[in-house]
Design a protein around this ligand. Structure first.
Ligand code: 0RA
Length: 676
């Protein structure tokens, strides 16, 4: 890899204020020119471009961009921790809306530059006022920088209405303040001795985001968003203590994360709601100093059927995968097949296990750190650096190979699980073929129970999946037969999280659903063949109804995810209450609507009868409240993060009731349709 992250050809003071030598001129004159250009551009720019186009630097000026400011500052402290100089980072949301990030690192250098374009300014001031200046500190101490994806803390300064930096070094407490847009209010000065209690050295940055920049969604930080990120950071940086405090009125809380096991603890945490195949976690690290690459990988298998491989590059979640994840998967498949053959668990005549067989039930963290990560893909969440693939592949092949040899009991269990996944794969293929044959034999092949719509245009066609035969009958009367199809399903369909795909495909209700939608299932699912662009789950508003809804959603998440991603899955909203005002019937969809209604009409005494179930509504009630386009309310089901869906579904479906309850309380807004 190139030397681009080294100091450009400018004079920088080291810890003692002396200048580092200029970069040695090399035969490659382009390097010198590039450094010169970069320097010239920086002088011209200042922080104005950030104010002009904040989105270019922090992605958006919405809530995501707002939180990006915190990540940017925290990343700098994490860099200091990665360099081995910092053990604790504190993040405090202040009562007045500011955010304070403190660390016990060496303290950002405060000595004034003795020459060059920034002569007289402290290094800290340069970092806070010059775009991309952070990289200049990428000397020996910074092998790789977690903040390199980032845009530098000067961007935070530019987008704040006020920022204060405090540095403890050499027994002195230093302070400098900046006004709106990052304008320094005087120089860095010594304001006293480093307080006797607390850290001896370190940096504190406190900033107040500029409300005129974040006008659209405001400047209020969301504690949950911050906590999630800090917890991940703590997992990825073993031993680092990250303490969070919310001091805002009515929201006070304090939480500290510190994981002695690092990503081993991360894997255990992810598997806590599942049943691990064994208690050990395989973990290994490797680094390649010449190329500035590091990896930290941990994995464990659970008894479930889905794979959860979570990639990170410099602490950033790579939900679209990339070179590191590719290298990991390739090595995983080859090393386990090699082991299985060597131990005669796979006989000579047996075909190899596929990658999917081996990854069934795996929970893995693949965390890499590298210089200049390239983030690609639709959401910039895919690591593109090619050398990372072979680096991860080689290390995984060697180290996992050793681990398997040293842990034969566990290795056996993994191989056995892979073998049974392979069997299930073959059985599922047969079951799918059987469904296909059945479809071909019975002409149009639609299930008997389906009352199809007459339109053949998928865009306008809707499939209502209705709980129970009697409600199904009412729905048939209530529908628009041109565009609305009804499929009644009886009882509880299989819990797909637990059932093997082959068993699931033998279930009558599931078969009817797959056939009606007409686009296949699992790997072979093809959303472009879907016969309906709205598949609407219509179940009672009671506990049984919500169970059915959850089961159906799980089925879609797992076996027809593209339906969810395309926005084709909906949940109908039959009202919970009805009453009358004069002659007019009024429906109230939930308790909140009822409360609002009562608040408006405190004297309304009549009826407040609860509609007990779908079956008790007559057809025209069902039509106007729930089915008729224009008067109904539908909830569209989204998969915001496909990666998270795996965990969510397990929590919702699993036996771990406290975890489920915790999830539902914290995500009440998102799972209002999954009311348990
Ligand atoms: C470069 C050199 C040195 C410290 C840092 C950067 C540094 C930056 C930040 C940003 C937030 N917290 C930080 N802590 C440290 C120190 C060089 C030395 O003391 O020799």
């Amino acid at each position: 890899m190139s030397n681009d992250t080294e100091a450009p050809a400018t004079d920088l003071p080291d810890a003692n204020g002396a200048s580092t030598p200029k970069k040695k001129s090399t035969t490659n004159s382009a390097t010198t020119t590039a450094a010169y250009d970069a320097k010239a551009i920086q002088v011209l720019e200042g922080l104005d471009p950030v104010r002009k186009r904040p989105g270019m630097y922090i992605g958006s000026t919405g809530l995501q961009g707002l939180h990006h400011l915190i990540w940017e500052v925290v990343d700098n402290s994490v860099d200091e921790a990665m360099a081995g100089h910092c053990t604790r980072i504190g993040v405090t949301l202040l009562a007045d809306g500011g955010c304070q990030v403190d660390d016990n690192g060496r303290g950002i250098p405060i000595d004034p530059f003795t020459s060059g374009e920034h002569k007289g300014k402290s290094a800290a001031e340069v970092v806070l006022t010059v775009l991309h200046a952070g990289g200049k500190f990428g000397g020996d101490g910074y092998k790789v920088s977690g903040g390199l994806h980032g845009v530098g803390v000067s961007v935070v300064n530019a987008l704040s209405e006020r920022l204060v930096i405090e540095v403890d070094r050499d027994g002195k407490h230093h302070r400098q303040e900046y006004a709106k847009g990052g304008k320094p209010q005087g120089k860095m000065i010594i304001v006293g001795d480093t307080p006797k209690r607390g850290r001896t050295t370190g940096t504190t940055i406190t900033f107040w985001p500029d409300p005129t920049v974040f006008a659209a969604e405001g400047v209020e930080f969301v504690a949950r968003t911050v906590l999630e990120r800090l917890q991940t950071m703590a997992f990825l940086n073993r031993g680092l203590e990250i303490a969070f405090e919310d001091q805002r009125e009515g929201r006070e809380q304090k939480i500290a994360y510190q994981y002695k096991g690092g990503i081993v603890d991360f894997v255990k945490h992810l598997n806590a709601t599942k049943e691990p195949l064994f208690s050990k976690v395989c973990q290994f690290e490797d680094e390649d100093l010449d190329d500035g690459q590091m990896l930290d990988i941990a994995m464990q298998w659970n008894t479930g059927y889905y794979e959860g491989i979570h990639g990170y590059a410099n602490g950033i979640s790579t939900t679209e995968g990339g070179m590191h994840v590719e290298g990991f998967k390739t090595a995983l498949t080859s090393v386990l097949n090699k082991y299985a053959r060597a131990k005669n668990l796979l006989k000579e005549k047996d075909p190899n296990l596929t990658g999917e067989d081996i990854r069934e039930g795996i929970t893995a963290i693949v965390s890499v750190k590298l210089r200049e990560p390239q983030f690609e893909g639709q959401t910039k969440a895919k690591l593109g650096n090619v050398p990372m693939r072979s680096f991860v592949q080689k290390a995984t092949y060697e180290r996992l190979g050793e681990w398997l040899e040293e842990n034969p009991t566990e290795a056996n269990k993994v191989v056995k699980k892979g073998l049974s996944a392979a069997q299930a794969r073959v059985a599922a293929k047969n079951a799918r073929n059987a469904i296909r044959r059945k479809t071909a034999l019975s002409g149009a092949g639609m299930p008997d129970k389906l009352k199809d719509c007459s339109s053949k245009n998928a865009e306008e066609s809707e499939l209502f999946i209705v709980e129970g035969d009697s409600a199904g009958g009412t729905a048939v009367d209530a529908r628009d037969p041109r565009t609305q199809a009804i499929l009644p399903i009886r009882g509880k369909i299989l819990n797909v999280e637990r059932a093997r795909i082959d068993k699931m495909l033998k279930n009558n209700e599931i078969q009817a659903l797959i056939t009606a939608i007409g686009a296949g299932v699992g790997d072979e699912f093809d959303v472009t063949k879907a016969r309906y662009h709205k598949v609407i789950c219509l179940a009672d508003a009671d506990v049984d109804g919500s169970h059915i809804r959850t089961l159906l959603l799980t089925f879609f998440f797992r076996q027809m995810r593209e339906m969810v991603e395309a926005g084709y899955c909906y949940i109908a909203q039959p009202p919970l209450y009805s009453t009358e005002i004069g002659k007019e019937k009024v429906y109230l969809k939930d308790d909140a609507a009822k409360a609002a209604f009562l608040e408006e009409r405190p004297n309304h005494k009549k009826g407040f009868q609860r509609l007990k179930g779908l079956g008790e509504m007559d057809w025209d009630e069902l039509r106007t409240t729930t089915m008729l386009d224009g008067t109904r309310t539908l909830l569209q089901v989204n998969v915001e993060e496909a990666a998270l869906a795996d965990e969510i579904t397990s929590i919702l479906m699993g036996d771990d009731v406290p975890a489920r309850r915790g999830f539902i309380t914290t995500n009440a807004r998102d799972v209002r349709n999954l009311d348990f």
